[in-house]
Design a protein around this ligand. Structure first.
Ligand code: SF4
Length: 431
């Protein structure tokens, strides 16, 4: 496996009132000759399951035994277990006589837990968490490259050859937990590595058929009709493509994605996905550029893409290029509730499932509560001071970790239990 570049440092907050939890931390790392993925496993799980703790092919060399202070008296004995590595959670100067990889002295003891899959590489103290047991947002990250440059891109593309993600993801699929959950596949633009993406879908179908896949793609390369045969051949039964469509016309869409011709390519890609019997979610990011024509956009979607399974109407994430393009993008959600209402109900009464993501619940027109989903990934989720007396924190998506008052609606306010009851309609439905 080629050596990955330094992983972007991510600061995150799982839930209000809880400790900030990152997707990476630093350890002292000993005995590591090549980049490697490990499944972290507790002594109890090692004894009861062994390599069966992993969904796919794994050897004991893929396991890293997690030793906390509760088993400190037995560490010397456990260090002789025939696994690939040991993770000592305590701050210790222990130097063990083992050739296995040793992770000690973590900067943050909470970041890596049993069940997680981590990536390490020689010459770096950074430990990346690629899979977190129990998280709601596990993801196979494909690439930093993209063929668009959306004005609100939260993760600006990089012009790099990062095909090493393909091999890493194929191995990751083997090491994650079995059991139903949704796995995202994202980038960048995942279709840029076509063969790698198809191989990953095929492997997921074979190893973790119980998990649904959600691929986020701009759909442009899918305009090549040869994808139809490939996707029919792979035939993953629980795969959804999330494809953004930002306007009902080419000029506006191409402006948002900063790519002439993108609208035509994406529309052709959507028709090819339909021809290949794929499930499709249309995504719309709500901004000053997109919300004025939301009603017309919803008509366009229904008339031209009546086969889509789901429409996601999403608040903007105020990070990456969105910060640079604030003036073009920012509109207070309070100022587009009428258009949001028209678009959501127009599609809903015509049988297309609708969800509203990434907005504070309190800024929503109460009649839209039935479409609301608590959507922000647990590692990006943040609640602010105004939320401390709110009755809706269990139902609300809150804010992105990048939140700032510049991007805050004038309507953010604590909700009472009675307010919540009014909005209760579909709060507990799953999109
Ligand atoms: S105050 Fe608003 S943003 Fe905060 S938890 Fe309540 S509904 Fe959500």
């Amino acid at each position: 496996m080629a050596s990955p570049p330094e992983f972007e440092q991510l600061t995150l907050c799982r839930l209000q009132g809880l400790k900030m939890l990152r997707l990476d931390t630093q350890f002292e790392i000993i005995n590591l000759a090549a980049p490697k993925l490990f499944k972290v496993i507790s002594p109890g799980e090692l004894i009861s399951k062994g390599t069966a703790a992993c969904a796919g092919e794994a050897s004991y060399d893929d396991l890293m035994l997690w030793l906390d202070e509760s088993s400190a008296d037995n560490h010397e004995q456990m260090i002789s277990f025939p696994v690939g590595g040991f993770l000592l959670t305590g701050n210790t100067n222990i130097r063990c006589s083992t050739d296995a990889t040793l992770l000690t002295n973590p900067k943050d003891t909470l970041v890596v837990q049993p069940g997680d899959v981590i990536a390490v590489r020689p010459g770096s103290t950074v430990v990346r968490v690629l899979y977190r047991r129990g998280a709601n947002s596990n993801l196979l990250f494909m690439t930093d490259r993209c063929n668009s440059l959306c004005l609100m891109c939260s993760q600006p593309p990089k012009d790099v050859d990062d095909r090493w993600h393909i091999e890493e993801n194929l191995k990751l699929i083997d090491l994650i937990d079995q059991g139903p959950e949704q796995l995202g596949i994202s980038g960048g633009e995942p279709t840029l590595y076509r063969e790698g993406l198809l191989a990953i879908i095929e492997r997921a179908k074979k190893i973790i058929p119980e998990k649904s896949l959600h691929i986020l793609s701009n759909g442009r390369l899918l305009s090549d009709a040869t994808w139809v045969n490939d996707l029919e051949r792979v035939n993953h039964l629980s795969l959804t493509w999330g494809v953004p469509l930002y306007a009902d016309n080419a000029a506006d869409h191409d402006n948002v994605v900063q790519a002439p011709g993108a609208f035509s390519e994406t529309m052709a890609g959507l028709y090819n996905l339909h021809r290949a019997n794929q499930k499709i979610e249309i995504r719309m990011v709500l901004s000053r550029l997109t919300t004025p024509r939301l009603p017309e956009w919803s008509h366009f979607v229904f008339r031209n893409l009546p086969f889509v399974h789901h429409v996601a109407l999403m608040g903007i994430e105020n990070t990456g290029l969105a910060k640079k393009n604030y003036e073009q993008l920012w509109i207070d959600p309070a100022d587009y509730q009428k258009e949001l209402n028209q678009a959501a109900f127009f599609l809903d009464i015509r049988g297309i499932a609708v969800s509203i993501y990434n907005l504070p619940l309190c800024v929503l027109d109460p009649v839209l509560g039935r479409f609301y989903r608590q959507s922000i990934s647990d590692w990006k989720n943040l609640f602010i001071d105004a939320c401390q007396t709110c009755s809706a924190t269990d139902a609300c998506a809150g804010f992105f970790k990048s939140h700032s008052t510049k991007w805050q609606s004038r309507n953010v306010h604590p909700l009472s239990v009675d307010d919540l009851v009014v909005m209760q309609g579909a709060l507990h439905e799953i999109a």
